[in-house]
Design a binder for this molecule. Structure first.
Ligand SMILES: [Zn+2]
Ligand SMILES: [Zn+2]
Length: 273
């Protein structure tokens, strides 16, 4: 029995659009045998809002790139349509909130418009030269392990300063962009930093995600999560195309099981210790 895929993007995410469709993602979930899915669309902000915590003196937080606001009404209509069309699949709504500790007011304003079953907290960017910049962009321009340490420090702040998210998404995000010049990634070099993040997350009673878009699927980090008191694990493919829904969950299940977690109360639940 596979766990729910709690991290999927569809046409409502600004970086996905025509690459995916909620209906096709549901079809794929049924094909691979998933009991449940959560459509966690990106929620990112370019400008600081009234109750945010700006880390610069500008009105702008980052270069706009192609970031667009979530179409909350269109998204809700699509969720309702899919629930009707696919009664055998548990379909959860959700968002992936980027840097929620910095954009607390903006995220709260969005959550006041609609309710979402799953809220993921994500760190994609760190401050560089006064603006938020994507980790992938500067990882190869700086000392890679120092970037991972910076990333963990900011994750800690995010956990301490934001309680809006239930699941910490892709704690291993920098590894997706690991530069070959930095050699093989050695987890042991950043063990203490990761343990500190996991301890804070466990203390706050939240859930760690195993993200199968990341290259690792390492049992070591999941074991650290267990040892630091982590109570639950969420599985997420981070699919931006329907074909990737539930991808590598067979491997992820083995990794999470080896770290000491088991299926939860029912097949729609997180895995628990
Ligand atoms: Zn993400
Ligand atoms: Zn994502």
């Amino acid at each position: 029995m596979l766990p729910p895929d709690n991290h999927i993007h569809t046409q409502f995410s600004w970086d996905t659009r025509s690459r995916s469709s909620m209906i096709r993602a549901c079809e794929q979930a049924l094909t691979v045998g998933l009991p449940a899915v959560a459509f966690t669309e990106h929620v990112d902000f370019i400008q600081w809002g009234p109750s945010d915590s700006p880390m610069n003196d500008l009105s702008q937080a980052r270069s706009p790139g192609s970031i667009q606001p979530l179409d909350v009404e269109g998204y809700a209509a699509s969720i309702a349509e899919c629930r009707e069309r696919f009664p055998d699949l548990r379909i959860r709504s959700g968002i992936e909130a980027g840097e929620p500790h910095l954009f607390s007011g903006s995220v709260a304003a969005l959550l006041a418009q609609a309710s979402f079953d799953r809220v993921l907290g994500s760190l994609h960017s760190l401050p560089r030269d006064g603006l938020l910049v994507g980790v992938g962009w500067f990882l190869k321009r700086e000392t890679a392990y120092d970037v991972v340490r910076d990333y963990c420090t900011e994750l800690l702040r995010m956990i301490e300063r934001s309680d809006v998210f239930e699941v910490l998404a892709h704690f291993d995000y920098p590894r997706r962009y690991w530069p070959s010049a930095a050699g093989t990634y050695e987890e042991s070099k950043v063990e203490e930093e990761h343990r500190a993040v996991f301890r804070a997350l466990a203390t706050s009673g939240r859930v760690l995600e195993i993200n199968t878009a990341s290259p690792l699927l390492s049992a070591t980090a999941m074991r650290w999560w267990h040892e630091e008191g982590g109570g639950a694990v969420s599985f997420g493919s981070d699919a931006h195309t329907p074909q990737r829904v539930g991808e590598r969950f067979d491997v992820a299940v083995d990794v999470v099981e080896a770290a000491g977690f088991r299926p939860g109360r029912d097949r729609y639940d997180f895995w628990r210790r």
